[in-house]
Design a protein around this ligand. Structure first.
Ligand SMILES: [Cu+2]
Length: 261
């Protein structure tokens, strides 16, 4: 086979791999927003599938029309193909699929690694799942049930466990979900980048009232959140003053009828 053809084919095969590595390079130190990344990846996947589907459909339609039987007596004849055209027909379509899969797979892995690596300045809360709700403990000592309040723009790490059976903490708007297992500490994190409310819910069937096991996440401006924490954190107990010690009595002599004791 012509060597220059093979050389050109190898460029064609490896160029997208270079593109993949550039696409997956880190883009700076900004805190990632995983839910935007997942949405972007989903959109890209849909566009790729549609584009590839249209290209393949057009080629198929073209071949069907070009090689259709034009009169009832036509008998098809198989024209021998050159080795080059056989390789082209096999390798090019396969390569289009594989290159796209590799590209999407690398981006998927990048988002997954972000999703499992909470940023260092995360605000950390503990969530205890139980039949059928969530208890949330904040680092300042505030405890809430089925309502997680968080400051906007700060990554939130959730330490997750369960008191009884297997549950899940699923936050659809944040594109994140993890199991809460009894006796085990799990975690997830998300970046609430806009003020608003979001649903959190259990997606692991956990008994009679599983469908009622949900709550909300309230993303608040930072100052309002700090005020809320201040108002709700446990107040230090006022200690009653210790009773003053009775002054030492001067020793007196007790006299009895019989004289001194
Ligand atoms: Cu549950």
């Amino acid at each position: 086979m012509d060597k220059s053809y093979l050389k050109r084919l190898s460029y064609l095969l490896f160029a997208p791999l270079l593109f993949v590595s550039v696409a997956s390079a880190e883009t700076g130190n900004a805190i990632p927003v995983p839910h935007e990344g997942w949405d972007h990846l989903w959109l890209e996947m849909m566009i790729d599938i549609v584009a590839i589907g249209i290209i393949f459909a057009l080629v198929t339609i073209y071949l069907l029309v070009k090689y259709r039987r034009k009169n009832p007596n036509d008998i098809g004849e198989a024209k021998p193909m050159s080795a080059l055209s056989v390789m082209g027909w096999v390798l090019i379509p396969a390569f289009v699929f594989i290159a796209d899969d590799v590209y999407l797979g690398v981006k998927n892995m990048k988002h997954y690694l972000e999703f499992r690596r909470p940023p260092e300045n995360s605000y950390t809360v503990s969530v205890d799942a139980y039949m059928w709700g969530y208890d949330i403990t904040y680092p300042e000592g505030v405890i809430t049930s089925n309502e997680l309040r968080v400051p906007v723009g700060r990554p939130i790490k959730v330490n997750l466990t369960s008191r009884d059976v297997v549950h899940t903490l699923y936050i659809p708007d944040m594109r994140t979900k993890w199991d809460a297992l009894p006796g085990k500490q799990m975690f997830l994190w998300f970046n609430p980048d806009k003020i608003g409310e979001h649903v959190m819910t259990c997606t692991e069937y956990c008994g009679m009232l599983h469908s009622g096991m949900h709550g909300k996440i309230i993303v608040m401006p930072e100052k309002e959140f700090a005020k809320w924490v201040e108002e709700n954190k446990p107040k230090p107990q006022l200690q009653e003053p210790a009773p003053a010690k009775a002054p030492a009595q001067p020793q007196t002599e007790v006299k009895t009828e019989g004289g001194k004791i």
